[in-house]
Design a protein around this ligand. Structure first.
Ligand SMILES: NC(=O)C1=CN([C@@H]2O[C@H](COP(=O)(O)OP(=O)(O)OC[C@H]3O[C@@H](n4cnc5c(N)ncnc54)[C@H](OP(=O)(O)O)[C@@H]3O)[C@@H](O)[C@H]2O)C=CC1
Ligand SMILES: Nc1nc2c(c(=O)[nH]1)N=C([C@H](O)[C@@H](O)CO)CN2
Length: 237
């Protein structure tokens, strides 16, 4: 039987795209989600990646994606919850809506998708099945200018531990908590000066360090409920 696919949400750019391409290079069938049709999505399709449209900014959008996913495949090897929106806090009438968007994306989507894909993961006959949550260093530390973002990422980190306990030995559930991995175009005005993340190590390292972490978690049969701090040492500063 051919290998079961690996789903990466928000896999059309940056970290998600890099990992989608490496997983495919390793022989895994890959499914990504995207919101906006564009050349990057077409290029991934040309490589043989399946691209499913999904907008996780509402419960209805999340449930519509789950239905589309179940119609597309009867089983999954892994789910990587990568889709994310890092909105700065607002102090106007839009503050609640911004929080709600990040709640839906960082917490409700992983929660509902995990509950509904349990049967797809259990239909995978390979030795291991995985869920990986992309959280953030600030989930633990907090962030004065991204309060809602950090709080919803902290919620995702809690979901990691809860789902690990719920799924036990059947499905491993782990998180990766990065810091300053790639330039965020909105933060680098003009030049290409690397972001100073305040970490002990030179930044930004690029997406390869996240790919190494994903590969490690997929291959390790004895890890669940863990959060890997891929942050250049910031968590000890
Ligand atoms: N980059 C970094 O240095 C760091 C990243 N992280 C985390 O790692 C992960 C990957 O980071 P990065 O590659 O920079 O992420 P991006 O900011 O590039 O976002 C990834 C994808 O999220 C998707 N997305 C955004 N909103 C929605 C939505 N409402 N519904 C569905 N999909 C949505 C987008 O898909 P599309 O554009 O196709 O619509 C986008 O391609 C994220 O979870 C991020 O929080 C954590 C710390 C540092
Ligand atoms: N969804 C995203 N989350 C995060 C990003 C990003 O680009 N998209 N970037 C970071 C980095 O830490 C960067 O902002 C450097 O400070 C955090 N999360």
């Amino acid at each position: 039987m051919s290998q079961a696919p690996i789903l990466i949400t928000g896999g059309a750019q940056r970290l998600g795209r890099y990992c989608a391409e490496r997983l495919q290079d390793d022989g895994h069938p890959v499914i990504i989600t995207y919101r906006r049709e564009r050349e990057a999505v077409a290029a991934l399709r040309r490589r043989g990646v399946t691209a499913l449209p999904a907008d996780f900014s509402s419960e209805a959008g999340i449930m519509a994606f789950i239905d589309a996913l179940k119609a597309h495949t009867p089983r999954l090897r892994a789910v990587i919850h990568n889709a994310s929106l890092r909105e700065a806090d607002r102090f106007d009438e839009q503050a609640g809506a911004a929080f709600e968007r990040m709640f839906h994306l960082h917490m409700q989507a992983p929660y509902l998708i995990n509950l509904h894909v349990q049967s797809l993961l259990m239909a995978c006959s390979e030795p291991m099945r995985d869920i990986i949550h992309m959280t953030d260093f600030v989930a633990t530390r907090g962030a004065s200018r991204h309060v809602a973002y950090a709080a919803t990422k902290a919620g995702l980190e809690s979901l990691t531990r809860s789902f690990a306990a719920l799924f036990g030995a059947d499905i491993k559930v782990n998180a990766i908590a990065p810091a300053a991995i790639m330039h965020d175009e909105s933060e680098v005005s003009g030049g290409s000066v690397p972001l100073r993340s305040g970490s002990l190590m030179p930044t930004p390292p690029g997406p390869g360090v996240i790919w190494q972490s994903v590969r490690y978690l997929l291959d390790n049969a004895y890890m669940t409920g863990a959060v890997l701090p891929v942050d250049g040492g910031r968590h000890v500063q």
